[in-house]
Design a protein. Sequence first.
Length: 167
Amino acid sequence: MSSNIAEIAIEAPLTSNPLDVVPDEIPFDVPYGPPISLDRAQAVIQAAVAEAKKRNWKMNVAVADSGGNLVAFQRMDGAMLASIQIAQHKGRAAATFRRPTKVFEDGIQLMHLNYLLAFDGVIASRGGIPLIDQGVIIGAIGCSGGTDSQDEIVSKAGAAVINELPG
């Protein structure tokens, strides 16, 4: 009887460590595509700024290309100066890590994966969202100036227009 219990334990180990889960596919495996054009980056920023203005929020908005390089940036009047670099960092991280920066925030806040902060370029604050066109990452938007939830709303408004714009 004891060997049966050992076999069961080997087949289904009890663990609370989420890192023990082995996914069938690599998460966020979206290929990098050609870099976003300046015109499209500016249109993404315009949509984000329009959302921020509608809510009377002062934001910094950055768009990075598929390599994480800054393409366009806008600082709304009165937006916090420290958020200039934060917005750019969120855009760069979302592009290079191929995932929304909220994933890192959740990893730290909900899963206590503090080692994530040791990776160069990570920012554990929502507001960075990859811009995906025809199944490839062409860039990312990063917003900062409000709370993380406000930053995310403004970023989502900018990212939502990417498929409405001509390539």
